[in-house]
Design a binder for this molecule. Structure first.
Ligand code: UDP
Ligand code: MN
Length: 250
């Protein structure tokens, strides 16, 4: 039988949110046996996202947690200076630990709501025994970052930004077997870390080693996921207010 994937997606309120989630859902129609864990960055579940998720007729789990103000970027700070969607990913990990058994065979993937995913990525994820890695397109000021692999093992990394990272991969560039999520049952992302781009290295350094990594996507020669970003819509001032309220229906 086809191996199960739990996909953790934090999602933040913005004008483009429903469009991005819809595009991601259309990809998921191509993927069997996947449970989509969507964690809203809200103090309460919203009805508009719940209705949207129901409208897809895909298996989903709908959770929420608001990012506290002290973790948000200050007004003159760029958003990339702060970890984004990490507290939500921790809620996803908690749900998984509470609702699966440590000997279940399943894979965990962190999938942001605005990236672009080829259906073949999920075939690659299902090959993982412990932790798999692969290239990510359009990230780190490069056309792609990738592990450089020899005979299925990581030899080094092709990357440019933040060169001190031990595992210089984006969140979209790896997936982890459920067994490890249970084995390291206390592991949560350090949400208050000021260290930029360290979250991936922290979880991988906790749960695996470089020589245990499995190179996927044809020895990391194929790009099946892109770190795309949806451009923020320029809104009139009245629309900005309406968008901040978000109390309109679909
Ligand atoms: N996100 C969130 N709360 C935030 C910022 C981001 O839940 O305060 C979510 C967002 O919807 C996305 C993920 O976290 O699914 C990563 O955010 P973003 O795409 O803005 O980050 P980047 O692509 O710049 O790394
Ligand atoms: Mn993004």
């Amino acid at each position: 039988s086809i191996r199960k994937i739990y996909m953790i997606t934090p999602t933040k309120r913005r004008a483009e949110q429903i469009a991005d989630l819809t595009r991601l859902a259309q990809t998921l129609y191509l993927i069997p046996n996947l449970v989509w864990i969507v964690i809203e960055d809200e103090s309460q579940l919203t009805r508009r996202i719940h209705r949207l998720l129901q409208s897809f007729h895909l298996p989903f789990i709908h959770l929420n947690i608001a990012t506290p103000d002290y973790l948000k970027p200050t007004q003159n700070q760029s958003t990339w200076r702060r970890p984004r969607g990490m507290i939500q990913k921790n809620i996803g990990l908690q749900w998984i630990r509470q609702n699966t058994n440590s000997n279940d065979d399943a894979l965990i993937y962190f999938a942001d709501d605005d990236n672009t995913y080829h259906w073949k990525l999920f075939q690659e994820i299902r090959k993982i025994q412990s932790v798999g890695v692969w290239p990510v397109g359009l990230v780190g000021e490069l056309l792609y970052e990738r592990p450089i692999c020899l005979n299925g093992k990581v030899h080094s990394w092709f990357h440019y930004m933040y060169r001190k990272r031990k595992f210089p991969t984006d969140m979209a560039g790896f997936a982890i077997h459920l067994r490890l999520i249970h084995q390291y049952s206390n592991y949560i992302f350090n949400v208050s870390a000021n260290s930029i781009a360290e979250q991936e290295s922290q979880i991988l350094n906790t749960m695996t080693t470089i020589d245990q990594l499995e190179c996927l996507a044809n020895n990391a020669s194929k790009i099946y996921v892109w770190h795309t970003k949806t451009q923020s819509m320029f809104l009139t001032s009245i629309e900005k207010l309406r968008n901040a309220g978000m109390n309109y229906d679909l």
